[in-house]
Design a protein around this ligand. Structure first.
Ligand code: SF4
Ligand code: SF4
Length: 178
């Protein structure tokens, strides 16, 4: 399940995208994640979420007559994984399983996505829009700094993220609480 991590692996840093595009320009970025999962000998079924017809067609284009990864492709994916891992501050997939139990109605995945984008863009841009977006979201949802550390969200997180600790970082970044 979730070979593309809820779409996260379809939207990767430019450097990693360039690696894939230069090797196989005909393949979508998401296809690399799905083909990676399907290439393992003991994997019989890969469940990939699709939200429009384009994605269905794309999946069919390489899964109908599936060919497993070559050694070269495994090596390419390893390189891309190193680039991706180096660029993601909080490895949240955006599944949103955590938010239903939050007594403070904190928009956890939205805030984590903003934080990740901010960390990535800060390296190359003098100004980012994330603080403004955070301010907008926090008018509708609880602020990261409102977390009462009850831990309900962490019980629901399939990635076992230390959400409470990361929320402190989000609050420090966007609310200036540290
Ligand atoms: S620990 Fe914080 S973010 Fe998590 S459910 Fe409790 S109040 Fe919400
Ligand atoms: S449950 Fe975990 S991975 Fe899913 S949105 Fe919440 S923090 Fe992110």
């Amino acid at each position: 399940m979730e070979p593309a991590k809820g779409g996260t692996l379809a939207n990767i840093p430019q450097e990693a995208e360039n690696l894939f595009r230069s090797y196989r320009p005909d393949l979508s970025i998401a296809s690399w994640a799905i083909r990676f999962a399907a290439s393992h000998e003991n994997v019989m079924l890969v469940l990939s979420g699709m939200s429009n017809l384009e994605q269905v067609k794309d999946n069919l284009s390489y899964m109908e007559n599936f060919t497993p990864f070559t050694e070269e492709e495994y090596a390419l994916v390893q390189k891309a994984a190193d680039i991706i891992n180096g660029s993601i501050a909080i490895p949240c997939t955006g599944c949103a399983y955590c938010i239903n139990k939050c007594p403070e109605n904190i928009a956890i995945p939205k805030y984590f996505a903003l934080y990740n984008a901010d960390m990535r863009e800060l390296e190359t841009k003098a100004w980012t829009a994330q603080t403004m977006l955070y301010s907008h979201f926090s008018e509708q949802f609880g602020k990261a700094g409102s977390c009462i550390a009850c831990g309900q969200c962490e019980k629901m997180c399939p990635q076992h993220l230390p959400i409470r600790e990361w929320l402190k970082q989000v609050a420090a970044r966007f609310e200036g609480t540290l």
